[in-house]
Design a protein around this ligand. Structure first.
Ligand code: BJ8
Length: 425
């Protein structure tokens, strides 16, 4: 798309062009500094780089076309909202979590300053008129995860899915009823009934997206990963923003190249470095700060225990049921296994972390916690107790999207690196 065409498109969807130029200049500068700083990037990352820029250009045009032809869409803010059901009702989910620092202060119009930057960035974009998707959604679906999100949905009058806070049978039943209610909601929105045939197809499609993400990330288990943590993060971020079919093809090309690189022993890293896992809050598109701070300090981020990582693609929906009730239950079960820190207790998360440490041969864990995210911040203490038992060091980083503390982070990362086992490769 030419610049003129993009501007025309953005004007059509009500974007404030002057402020949007500032947002894009800011985001592009950071993208070049962080994601594109990796030493030896696979050529197939080109699709993901382009998709990053397309999210405020041609992807907007695709969604506009879809709606002009009568399609419906919903804005979403959490990986608990089941894509398969929305897609089966011909409703396109558009994940809207913001990862850019630029719009954060515009959230002051409605929100206090002392809440998580993810929420402030998301709504700062909407309030500043720089979110191209604001007018492209027919409804917004929130969820009862953390307190700040719950109350934001009340304030904005969004539809809300109730996520239970415990994992007993009564909670599982409540969640299944919410998933069924969500089906009714999207059916009503689009006027399309979810059939067993259609749901079977969308279950397989969403699973396919998870499977290609699993395959890409499996390469990070190798002693010399052919893909960096920064690039793997970009792949996960793009999974949430681009057309699902095009995304799957982009991953398949990347997997082919990673296989060739692995066979030839080509590493994404210029030098040896200890292997760390990032654990905690998501890093939505625009935010790669902690990954960048770690990898530019000589560490290798080889696993992401977050919703822009393993938590998003680890579990598949069971594809065996053929009847609609069985499929709805399979979907509810799969989403109920997500181990977000909003659950109490959250034993599965600890078990999953310990398993991932073994599978990815992790030397140390870095808690990446967005400021004011109390559940992940407090739960880091529970994770640390488990890590101490297996003698894995950890570092807790509580930060926002701004780069003001980057030098402080580097100093802390340097001391943390000294605790990690000596680098062998
Ligand atoms: S399933 S992690 S996407 S809620 S907004 S909880 S960072 S204070 S994003 Fe999340 Fe769903 Fe859980 Fe994943 Fe904390 Fe911020 Fe709340 Fe957040």
């Amino acid at each position: 798309m030419t610049t003129m065409e993009t501007q025309e498109l953005l004007r059509k969807v009500g974007v404030n062009l002057e402020l949007h130029d500032q947002l894009i200049a800011y985001n592009n500068r950071l993208f070049e500094t962080t994601i594109r700083s990796a030493a030896n990037r696979p050529a197939a990352m080109e699709y993901f780089d382009e998709a990053f820029h397309a999210s405020h250009a041609s992807r907007v045009g695709e969604i506009l076309d879809y709606r002009t032809k009568g399609g419906k869409s919903i804005g979403t803010f959490c990986i608990y909202v089941p894509d398969e059901i929305a897609l089966a009702a011909d409703v396109l989910p558009i994940p809207l979590c913001g990862g850019s620092q630029w719009p954060v202060d515009y959230a002051d119009k409605m929100f206090p300053r002392d809440i998580c930057p993810l929420i402030r960035s998301t709504f700062g974009m909407a309030f500043s008129g720089t979110c191209p998707y604001k007018k492209l959604k027919d409804a917004a679906v929130g969820e009862t995860t953390c307190d700040a999100k719950k109350k934001a949905w009340d304030l904005l009058g969004f539809e809300v899915m109730e996520i239970p806070q415990k994992k007993a049978e009564i909670d599982r039943d409540l969640w299944l009823s919410e998933v069924i209610r969500f089906r009714g909601f999207v059916e009503k929105l689009s006027g399309v009934t979810v059939t067993a045939e259609r749901l079977k197809e969308t279950i397989k499609l969403a699973n396919k997206r998870r499977k290609v993400l699993q395959e890409v990330n499996d390469f990070r288990r190798l002693p010399n990963p052919p893909i960096s943590g920064l690039d793997a993060l970009l792949v996960s971020q793009i999974a949430l923003s681009q057309d699902i079919h095009v995304f799957i093809s982009g991953c398949e090309r990347l997997i082919d190249e990673l296989r060739r690189r692995a066979d030839r022993g080509i590493s994404a890293y210029a030098q040896a470095g200890s292997r760390v896992m990032i654990a905690g809050t998501p890093s939505p598109m625009g935010n790669a700060k902690v990954h960048f701070a770690l990898e530019s300090s000589g560490l290798r981020v080889v696993a992401d225990e977050s919703c822009t990582g393993i938590r998003y693609y680890r579990d598949l929906v069971d594809e065996t049921p053929d009847d609609i009730d069985g499929m709805m239950k399979a979907i509810a079960d799969r989403y109920f296994s997500i181990d977000c820190s909003c659950f109490s207790p959250n034993k599965e998360r600890i078990e999953n972390i310990l398993r991932t440490i073994k599978e990815y041969d992790i030397d140390g864990v870095v808690h990446n916690i967005l400021s004011f995210c109390h559940t992940y911040n407090v739960e880091a203490g529970i994770v640390d107790k488990a890590l101490a038992r297996i003698e894995i060091p950890s570092l807790k980083i509580v930060t926002d999207y701004s780069f003001e503390d980057i030098e402080q982070l580097r100093v802390r990362i340097e001391s943390f690196s000294e605790l990690l086992k000596p680098v062998m490769t």
